[in-house]
Design a binder for this molecule. Sequence first.
Ligand code: RIB
Ligand code: CA
Length: 303
Amino acid sequence: MKLIIDTDPGIDDAMAIAYAAAAPELELVGLTTVFGNTHTHQSSRNARYLLHRLGLSVPVAQGARAAWGKAEHNPSSHVHGPEGFGDLVEIPDIGENHATPAAEFLVQMAQEHRDELVICAVGPLTNIADALGLDPEFASNLGRLVIMGGAVFVPGNVSAHAEANIHNDPRAAQAVFQNPPKTVLVGLDATMKTLYQSSDFEALAQHSPDMGGFLRDISEFYLRFYKEVVGVDGCGLHDSTAVIACSHTHMFDLVETGLSVVTDGDRVGATLPDASNPPVQVCRDVDGPAVVELFTRHVASLP
Ligand code: RIB
Ligand code: CA
C-alpha cells in the first residue's frame, strides 16, 4: 500500500512516521505538512529531519499555514514543545520542500496512484479539504483517507467536546465530512486506549538506539504533559494508531455513520453523528494492547 502522511510533527506524529518507515506492508511515498502542533514551516523542517534520520528520500510538500477563515495559527507548544520535538530545540534544517504545494501534490498523487494510495491525515484537515476543492475527482481517485481526529462517543481533549485536529480547523473538517473519500476516522474513541508509557519508550530505545532513543528523548516532554495536565501515566499513540488502521483494520471496531462538525459556538470542533452526510467508518473501539505491541515490534526493528 502506498501511503502519504499529512502531518504536523509533533511528537506522536514523529512516532507515526517512524512506524510507517518500519512497517513492511507500508510504502511511504511522501509527507505533506500542515500547521497544528507547530507552525507549518516547523512541521516541514521536522518532517525533513525525520526522513533524513530514517534514511528515506521521499518528498515533503508544504501545506496550509492556517485554518480556513483564519490568518494565523497558535501552535500547541505546551503539548509538543516550542519546536514540536519536546525539549529538543535545535533541529537541523535538512534538504528542501517539494516544489508543489501540499494540496496540489495530494491531487497529483491520487491521479497517479488511484486506489493504491492511502492518505493518513494526522493534523488539521485543511490540506485534505483544499485538495477536495481543487479536483472534483480527488475523492473518487483516492483509495482511502484515514483520519486521526475527532471524539465521537467520548469527551474531547482540547475541550469537553472537541479533539485538537478537528478543533484546529472545524470548517475544513466539515467540508471533508460533507464530501468524504472512502474514509476511516480514528479518533480519541480509539487512541486513548493505546497508551504508551515511559517503560515502553525505554524498551524501544534499547532495541533501537538511534530512532527509538530519539523518540524516547523527545517524548519526555509529552509524557510530562500527559501526567501533569491530563492525569494519565502514558501518552496516546494517536497518530500511530491511525497509520496502523491503514493496514490492520481488523484491530478496530468500526461503525458506519455520517459525521458533522460544529463550526461555531461553545461546542466548536465537536464531531457528531449526522445521517444527512455521507457515511464514513468511525472507530469506536480498538484492541489497544495489540496496537502497542505492533508499534513496538516494528519501530524496534529500526537502527
Ligand atoms: O488529538 C491528538 C492529535 O492532536 C494528534 O494528531 C496530535 O499530534 C495532535 O496534533
Ligand atoms: Ca498530529
